[in-house]
Design a protein around this ligand. Structure first.
Ligand code: NAD
Length: 264
């Protein structure tokens, strides 16, 4: 095949349905010739993920719960048997008890703090360990983060702490793997209506706020995140590592919007 991703093989983790950010990224890289494998959480998701994967080529699907070392080992053993080598991984996974994604951060429980950090932060490190062992120079690792890491966003709570730790881990892993020619980056996406986002309190209001206050005066789409991912996963991004690329219609640069519109 031809395209920016021709000859590259990658693993997409975190596809739940056609609203998933992982789906926007999968479509963008597949359109440029990438060969894809997918991991999904739990057999219940298989029937939804299988037809999506099949629509992009020969489906290579593995079940993987990132909270389990055994499950991660099994995933990468299967990938090694299937392909031998790997060019990129997309980690589009996060989780917290939705009862703690409303109200005050300060009320967060120890058990949910640890579980959220495990699934939303450590899992990326665990994936990088295993993926890097299958990668040569030119390898690219990508995760998804949110502005709630940088500033306090209502209801984001413990996920804000998770994303701050995830962003720090991107920098540390970029340094560790850079000498092997492997790049590690994050995309900080603006709010997009997905299954995970629907667990966040007042999510519709957060989307409306971003639409009214971002420089582009709109929200972003899965497709736009996909295009940015294509840059970071392809040779276009060969000079970029340790980066947190905002795909948020510019929201993160605004301190206070000028009174130029009748919309507030
Ligand atoms: P989504 O619900 O489509 O995807 C989340 C995925 O995480 C699901 O596929 C789910 O199965 C998977 N997952 C959760 N726990 C897991 C586990 N233990 N093992 C394996 N997989 C597990 O929602 P999304 O919005 O596409 O989320 C993808 C990423 O994007 C997340 O990291 C999220 O925090 C991030 N993000 C989302 C937004 C947004 O507004 N939607 C904005 C910025 C960042």
């Amino acid at each position: 095949s031809t395209g920016l991703m021709a000859g590259k093989r990658g693993l997409i983790m975190g596809l739940a349905n056609d609203k998933s950010i992982a789906w926007g990224i999968a479509q963008a890289v597949a359109a440029q010739g990438a060969e894809l494998a997918f991991s999904y959480q739990g057999e219940a998701l298989k029937k939804r993920v299988e037809p999506l994967a099949a629509s992009l080529g020969k489906p290579v699907l593995f079940e993987c719960d990132v909270a389990s070392e055994e499950s991660l080992d099994a995933l990468f053993a299967s990938l090694k048997a299937e392909w031998g080598q790997l060019d990129f991984v997309v980690h589009a996974i996060g989780f917290s008890d939705k009862n703690e994604l409303r109200g005050r951060y300060v009320d967060t429980s120890r058990s949910n703090f640890l579980m959220s950090m495990d699934i939303s932060v450590y899992s990326f490190t665990a994936v990088c360990q295993r993926a890097a062992a299958m990668m040569g120079p030119g390898g690219s690792l990508l995760t998804l983060t949110y502005y709630g890491a940088e500033k306090v966003m209502p209801h984001y709570n413990v996920m804000g702490l998770c994303k701050a730790a995830l962003e720090a881990s991107v920098k540390y892993i970029a340094e560790d793997l850079g000498r092997d020619g492997i790049r590690v980056n994050a995309i900080s996406a603006g709010p997009i209506k997905t299954l995970a986002a629907s667990g966040i309190g007042d999510f519709r209001y957060i989307m409306r706020w971003n639409e009214l206050n971002s420089p582009l005066r709109r929200n972003v789409t899965q497709e736009e995140v996909g295009k940015a991912a294509l840059y970071l996963l392809s040779d276009l991004g060969s000079g970029t590592t340790g980066e947190n690329l905002h795909v948020d219609a510019g929201y993160h640069v605004v301190g206070m919007k000028a009174i130029d519109a009748p919309d507030i």
